[in-house]
Ligand binder design. Sequence first.
Ligand code: SF4
Length: 219
Amino acid sequence: MPRETAQTKTARLKQIIAALDRAYPGAHCELDHADPLQLLVATILSAQCTDKRVNLVTKELFKKYRSAADFANAPLAEIEQAIQSTGFFRNKAKNIQACCRKLVEHHGGKVPRTMDELTQLDGVGRKTANVVLGNAFGINVGVVVDTHVARLSQRLGLTRQKTPEKIESELMALVPPKQWTLFSHWLIWHGRRRCAARKPDCANCEIQKRCPQIGMAGI
Ligand code: SF4
């Protein structure tokens, strides 16, 4: 694809956004949660695991552990057992407990509302912090870049970057700030329902006319 001018890319993106909004009017975070703490824990659990599996696990987990103090004071082995099926459970349990101890010690048991404070918690990187800020607090600080967002941004020719940090920074320059959280939902929903990694359904794709299908030859 020849290089686009910034103006052409912005205009094309506007049409992509409008089409995704029409296709997924109810797009939202698919991790079940009732409060910011539950979303924080669910997002830590979602690394290398499907949202469906996480939701099955948290359905029981959140009945037993209702506050940061509950996670902070539980025997580690008990948390490990409860989250075992999400994979990497020892590391995740250690992070959840250490994270919740910091919440109790430094934040009165509450989840903080800033990127700086969130990323100082164990197991919380920029992606997790963006998920929590955008979905639990409605604060648009950045764009969540998971595997779907990375793949689609590249296929759609919105970025040539490879690392999540650089992709995020380019998307933040292109997408209007008030749409940052929704934009990642739209790409994640489209990635799950239409633009799969191995078998994208280009023939029925809602944004096919606006997509240069970058990197698709090798599929
Ligand atoms: S046209 Fe194909 S590659 Fe482009 S977004 Fe649609 S499904 Fe994905």
